[in-house]
Design a binder for this molecule. Sequence first.
Ligand SMILES: Cc1cc2nc3c(=O)[nH]c(=O)nc-3n(C[C@H](O)[C@H](O)[C@H](O)COP(=O)(O)OP(=O)(O)OC[C@H]3O[C@@H](n4cnc5c(N)ncnc54)[C@H](O)[C@@H]3O)c2cc1C
Length: 523
Amino acid sequence: MERILPPQVNGEAFRGFVAEAQKAVGRDYVYLDLEWELPAYNDEYATLPKALHQPSAAVAPANVAQVQAVVRAAGRYGIPLWPISTGKNFAYGGPAPRLAGAVVLDLKRMNRILEVNEKHAYAVVEPGVSYMDMYRHLQSIGSKLWIDPAAPGWGGMLGNLVDHGAGYTPYGDHLLMQCGMEVVLADGTIAHTAMGALPGSRTTHLYKYGLGPWADGLFTQSNFGVVTRIGIWLMPEPPGYTPFMITYEREEDLYEVTERVRPLKLNNIIPNAATTVEMLWEAAVQKQRRHYHTGKGPLPESARKKLRADLQIGVWNFYGAVYGPAPIMENNLEIIRDSLTSIPGAKIYFDDDRKGDIGWEYRRQLMRGIPNMTEYNQMNWIPNGGHMDFSPISPVTGEDAMRQYSLIRDRVNRAGFDYIGEMLVGWRDMHHIFALVYDLQDEAEKRRANQLFGELIDAAAAEGYGEYRTHLDFMDKIAGTYNWNDAAQQRQRERLKDALDPSGILGPGKMGIWPQRLRKEGV
Ligand SMILES: Cc1cc2nc3c(=O)[nH]c(=O)nc-3n(C[C@H](O)[C@H](O)[C@H](O)COP(=O)(O)OP(=O)(O)OC[C@H]3O[C@@H](n4cnc5c(N)ncnc54)[C@H](O)[C@@H]3O)c2cc1C
């Protein structure tokens, strides 16, 4: 493996930066070894050559002063930095930078839980705090607060949130639950957002908006600053929790389920991020494909039928939960039961009915804020499995759910892959997550997966659907679909980028935003 330097940077400038970074954070925390250290910053699920996203070095500061020093040094030498927090953004690129040669700014050593406020139900964390860290901490202090983990419990509370991640409790929209932020800007200045900008503020983590434009969103899915701490609201433990699962027998039931879930979500009868899961997602977390079918191409109906029988699942499987005092849960469950189980063939299950079921158990945990890693089993569906997530947003209607499902499933099956998908219903939208699982040892299959992903983006955009988040390889392409009125939004973002980061050193290419000096590196 050869070192790839960032564009427009010569060896002398790179060495100058490395020397300053070593002075700032200590030699042990500047990673340069191409064989032993830097591979840790690759995207292990890459479908294209890893060199496209290979960093030239990684630097791991221990505190905000060190972040400032590294950012300032990067500015002096024109070195692009790619900030990561816990760096587990797998399915979207892992810890790897968008731009080959960028230096990864690895913040995982900044892992302090700065505050847990039991009275007002929030926490303040640095970037390196994972869901598991926070869960263990809350347990150890006897806290009555819940976290909302993404499916992989090793992910970071801050990193997931700034990439617009989602979880499964009523606090599943992570950015909505963020309140108060500290950011290091491209010139090394530290800024506090919203109420935190008032010296001595007593409400930094209680009111999101402060006075004037709400800036926090500008530092999410973006490259306008390095976020060094956030406040995040935590859910007070409710007096009761009843998770449930409803199975549906027919593919077309997705239409009716979605129609019926919409009012239940809008009226908060189901308060959590409820999820309709297709059967192969359920299967992939607990079975291996080869035990059901050894041929190529999508799984045949005979194998699907056997899987449904073995796992006692439907073609679609709806997961939700109710929370609160028993009378409220009973009342809401009655409404839910009336609505969702009157679809012919529907069966409802509770915890006692599904003891020992791996698929049920990890969802039961996620909907009550217990982090785990079970969903990673999906990678064992096929040998050498890797995956990328295709994640279009949909309105919560039966028609849209069916249209998106067919749009993706048909193309995916034609390309020889299984449709492994779920639809998470939020406040007004549905996140449709299609996990494209492929064999990392099969170069032709990886190429096909990459090509298919591009086709899905075009097909979804042609129907009026955009994605909420994406893998490094597709940031430019997806940003290019948000092009209304001669790409007015994109041009505005570029103007902001040039104003906030004139040397163009922070996260070049993140979500299709390039600094002026590198703009042609993009699409
Ligand atoms: C099997 C599987 C299941 C998954 N399930 C979910 C799920 O349920 N929900 C979900 O949301 N995701 C899910 N993911 C996607 C992803 O793995 C998680 O979101 C994970 O938490 C992201 O990694 P992280 O938290 O370590 O963030 P990081 O990798 O640290 O950060 C993510 C990105 O945010 C930006 N960033 C990070 N830190 C900073 C900072 N300090 N300043 C500025 N920008 C920054 C960078 O661009 C970085 O690449 C899943 C992935 C897999 C493989």
